[in-house]
Design a protein around this ligand. Sequence first.
Ligand code: NAD
Length: 268
Amino acid sequence: MDDQPLKGQKALVTGASSGIGEGVARALGAAGAAVVVNYVAKPEAAAKIVEEIRGNGVDAVAIRGDVSKELEVEAMFAEMERTWGGIDILVNNAGLQRDAPVTEMTLEQWNTVLGVNLTGVFLCSRAAARSMIRRGTRHPISRAAGKIICISSVHEVIPWAGHVNYAASKGGVGMFMKSLAQELAPHRIRVNSVAPGAIMTPINREAWDTPGALEKLLKLIPYGRIGLPEDIGKVVAFLASDAADYIHGQTIYVDGGMTLYPEFAHGG
Ligand code: NAD
């Protein structure tokens, strides 16, 4: 098997200075892609990841940009266009939570989560699609004109009390992705999602950083371990490659079985 299936391709990963985005950026770099590490905070973390990706002998740059702001997204893609001439792979990973019971949730908490997790996905996908359509198919670099991959969540389908903004945003990503896949297929742009279960990152630290919390969490994971950013990175690298050329409009759950309703494992 080709160990650098993404050689010659240019990728942009949003929110790549930590957690899953970092794992995805590293996996794409290891698969041979040049990578833009987008970040909004912690420039030093982004710079370190860029250095390490370059260690694979591929190009990498860090570009600051808030995915919820139209002008910043446009500026980021313009910079990528100037530097590398276009984009082959977009990974919409940036996301956040602002949790509260619905009766106490502020409009700001609602808008912040929808703004990053859903509007950010729209703004980045729109900019990437324009560039991919303009360039057309990339044979022999790739059979597709481009690949757009959204990092959704098991909460695309599992309701989550106390997190209505987050669950609504991820449910929205599900239909956005499918509608976009339908719309962009004639341009040979493949669009898919990866929906992680519980992955050990800063976003959910309180769910795994004490033995008690971890034990409770593991009850929700039939496979019996918490996920790691590289578990997601490997699947994204596969989905971006020609090995996945006939996968289009799908959400791939990477969750150790979290969506299997483990409460029913012994008859419910
Ligand atoms: P994380 O907090 O480490 O990563 C989120 C990243 O997004 C951070 O680097 C943050 O700086 C960035 N970000 C936030 N707002 C941004 C903005 N406006 N513009 C650009 N970047 C921004 O957490 P993570 O777990 O790595 O989350 C990554 C994605 O995975 C999110 O979309 C999250 O919803 C999803 N996810 C995570 C889990 C999990 O268990 N960790 C499960 C399901 C889905």
